[in-house]
Design a protein around this ligand. Structure first.
Ligand SMILES: Nc1ncnc2c1ncn2[C@@H]1O[C@H](COP(=O)(O)OP(=O)(O)OP(=O)(O)O)[C@@H](O)[C@H]1O
Ligand SMILES: [Mg+2]
Length: 259
C-alpha cells in the first residue's frame, strides 16, 4: 500500500447540503495537499465554500464524499491536532475570565500539573506579547489583543494545524496589518501549519507560502494554486508582489465573468 505523505491531504472531496430548495453542491473535486509547516491561504468569492472547507478539515462536518487525512490518519471528528480561530473577536473569549484564564482554559484537557500549566501559559503569553496584560478581562482589550488571546489559547494544545477563518476581518486596517506581521512571527516560532481564509487578496500575498484560489459556486473548486515565493517581509513595492496580486485578481475576475 502507498504511504500517505505527511501533512494534510484532501482527496476527491465533495460537499453538498440538503436545503428546502433541494440538494446544493457546494464543493466539487477538491484535491489538496498542504505540507507540514506550510502557510496556506484560501481565497475566493463570498459563498464559494471556504468556511465549509475549513469546517471539513476541522472535523465539524462529515464530507458528502472523499477523505481528509492528517499524517495518514483519516479525520472524522474534531481533535486536539487541529484548532480553529474565528473572525468574531468579540464573542470568541470568555468575558468572565482574565486573559491568563482564557489561555489556560485551552490547557485544561491536557493532564498537566498546576505548575506546568502556569509555565506553559507564560510561554504562550510571551509568544503573543500579552504577558503584562494577563490579569485584564476581554472587554479591557483592543480587537487585536483579543485576537492574540484567541491565538494563544488555540496554540495552547500544540495543534499540528491552526485553522483561521478570516481572523482579521473585523479589525481596522492598521491593526490588521500589525496582526499579519505578528501572525507570521508566531507561525515561525510555533512551527505549526496554518490554513488561513481571507477575502483580502493582498493579505493572502503578504502571508502565504501558497494560495489556493476558489471559483464561485455552486460546485466550487480550487481552480489554481499559486506559489508566493517572495522573501518576507513582503511589500507592495515589490513588482513580484503586485504581479501575484493581479494574477489572483485575474483568476477571480475571469471566474466572475468580468475578465
Ligand atoms: N449547513 C449548511 N446547510 C446548507 N447550506 C449550507 C450550510 N453551510 C453552508 N451552506 C452553503 O454553502 C455555501 C458556502 O458557504 P460558506 O460559508 O462555506 O462560504 P464562504 O466561502 O465561507 O463565504 P464567506 O466568504 O461569505 O464567508 C453557501 O451557499 C451556504 O449557504
Ligand atoms: Mg466564510
Amino acid at each position: 500500500m502507498l504511504q500517505s505523505p505527511p501533512g494534510l491531504l484532501i482527496r476527491d472531496l465533495r460537499q453538498g447540503f440538503q436545503t428546502r430548495f433541494g440538494w446544493t453542491e457546494v464543493l466539487t473535486d477538491i484535491d489538496l495537499h498542504i505540507h507540514e509547516g506550510e502557510f496556506f491561504c484560501l481565497v475566493g468569492p463570498s459563498g464559494c465554500g471556504k468556511s465549509t472547507l475549513l469546517n471539513l478539515i476541522a472535523g465539524f462536518l462529515p464530507p458528502t464524499s472523499g477523505v481528509v487525512q492528517l499524517d495518514g490518519e483519516v479525520l472524522k471528528r474534531p481533535g486536539n491536532n487541529r484548532v480553529v480561530v474565528f473572525q468574531d473577536v468579540h464573542n470568541s473569549l470568555f468575558p468572565w475570565m482574565s486573559v491568563r484564564d482564557n489561555v489556560e482554559f485551552g490547557l485544561k484537557m491536557l493532564r498537566l500539573t498546576a505548575v506546568e500549566r502556569s509555565r506553559r501559559v507564560d510561554e504562550l503569553l510571551d509568544l503573543v506579547r500579552l504577558r503584562e496584560h494577563d490579569t485584564k478581562f476581554p472587554d479591557e482589550l483592543s480587537g487585536g489583543m483579543k485576537q492574540r488571546v484567541q491565538i494563544a489559547r488555540a496554540l495552547a494544545i500544540k495543534p499540528k494545524i491552526l485553522l483561521m477563518d478570516e481572523p482579521f476581518g473585523s479589525l481596522d486596517a492598521q491593526t490588521r496589518q500589525s496582526m499579519q506581521t505578528e501572525l507570521l512571527r508566531i507561525w515561525q516560532q510555533a512551527k505549526t501549519t496554518v490554513v488561513f481564509i481571507t477575502h483580502d487578496i493582498m493579505e493572502s500575498v503578504v502571508l502565504a507560502d501558497r494560495i489556493g484560489v476558489m471559483n464561485r459556486g455552486p460546485g466550487s473548486r480550487i481552480i489554481e494554486i499559486l506559489n508566493a515565493d517572495l522573501p518576507r517581509p513582503r511589500t507592495i513595492k515589490d513588482e513580484r508582489f503586485r504581479s501575484l496580486v493581479s494574477k489572483i485578481e485575474g483568476l477571480l475576475g475571469l471566474e466572475n465573468g468580468h475578465g
